[in-house]
Design a protein around this ligand. Sequence first.
Ligand SMILES: *[C@@H]1O[C@H](CO)[C@@H](O)[C@H](O)[C@H]1NC(C)=O
Ligand SMILES: *[C@@H]1O[C@H](CO)[C@@H](O)[C@H](O)[C@H]1NC(C)=O
Ligand SMILES: *[C@@H]1O[C@H](CO)[C@@H](O)[C@H](O)[C@H]1NC(C)=O
Ligand SMILES: *[C@@H]1O[C@H](CO)[C@@H](O)[C@H](O)[C@H]1NC(C)=O
Length: 372
Amino acid sequence: MFAPTVASLLLLSASAAVKASPCVAFDINWNLLAFGLDGKDWFTGTQDTWSGSGQATDITTTSRPTFDGTNTTCYLSQFTNAIYVLNGDSKNPSSIYIYDATAKSWSTQAVTLGSFDTTSFDAILDHDTNVFYALSHGNLFSLDMGSLKAANSTPVVWTDVEQAPYPSNYQPVMALAQNHVHFLDVPGVPAGSADIFVIHYSYFQPQSQAYPLPDGSTFPATYGRATSFFQDSGVQQEFAFIPQDSSAVYVINVETNTTQKLAGPTIKDPKTTYFASTNSLVQLSSNGTVSFLSYQEGNTSANAAASWSIVKPLLTSAPPSTSSASASGTKTASGISSSGTSSGSTSGALTASPIYAGLVLTALLGAMVYVL
Ligand SMILES: *[C@@H]1O[C@H](CO)[C@@H](O)[C@H](O)[C@H]1NC(C)=O
Ligand SMILES: *[C@@H]1O[C@H](CO)[C@@H](O)[C@H](O)[C@H]1NC(C)=O
Ligand SMILES: *[C@@H]1O[C@H](CO)[C@@H](O)[C@H](O)[C@H]1NC(C)=O
Ligand SMILES: *[C@@H]1O[C@H](CO)[C@@H](O)[C@H](O)[C@H]1NC(C)=O
């Protein structure tokens, strides 16, 4: 029973310090999943359990990606209850890793890249068609995941759809709502507006769409992160935009064409990533701290009053690395996992993303446990 775990940890130890690039996502029952956090994958339950004293459940298993890629991103396929991981493994940057959240198993989908550059893109997964749309080097690409919840032997293909009508220096910020891909921070588009690609007609809408706040103010025209709030069923209708300075969270509703301004995250870290469910916006910061903002669709007073909290079970089970020492950029193991038996351990190299996880030490501990 221990053998595969020990074997995989020892394998990891062979590559010395491994750059960790975790991501968070939800399954279709809105259980929070954290992948590659402190070197492991975690099931964290629904929002009502995140403030309690419980632990996250270790769901690390075979065939998972190493979560050492650059800018790893995760997407929920709601029809299949699968999580798709892009850039999950630095050795296989083209592969898409699929986590079947029902079977709790991993598989690796082969991908035909064509001219798609896995090191420079932003992407959304369309809810209704299960097709990825990505903007990379000024071109729109698509990749059809069909109804995959486990890898198929036929490679899936990144197709170059067309050149986007945006300046070539545009660093994409993309979100999905109502089968429309929203592009934020497009050069020349005023604050408070987004440009739109209509998926069903494969059509770049020539005019921008304004999403004003009730007081007439606007979300800023700036780089940031965006992620869609899911519905229990059906297509997303709202997405969160978090400017890189973390000053606020803007929730854009594409039904009413309005924006609500909510509390900015407590941890102001430009390298954080976000993922939303129906009732939570979750932040993964670059040292592995996972926080959330409670959200109620349509309840503006509750949302305006909401504040950020730590997801406590993850804090307990996969504590964030402290950032006391600084990275020296060597190949030595620079982080020490403080899960398991060691307590009060410190680790360096965590002043900035990507995280260096203490997989070597973990491997040694694992091996010792196995031997004992
Ligand atoms: C990773 O994403 C950041 C923006 O968040 C970007 O500046 C950087 O170039 C990306 N790195 C790669 C290798 O794509
Ligand atoms: C919101 O904007 C969309 C896209 O431009 C438009 O089709 C729709 O009619 C607008 N809805 C309202 C309520 O203004
Ligand atoms: C809005 O949220 C508040 C606080 O959680 C709650 O008391 C109220 O019933 C909610 N209103 C609606 C319409 O759901
Ligand atoms: C993680 O980073 C945040 C933001 O910089 C900081 O507030 C927090 O203390 C850090 N956690 C640890 C354990 O260093």
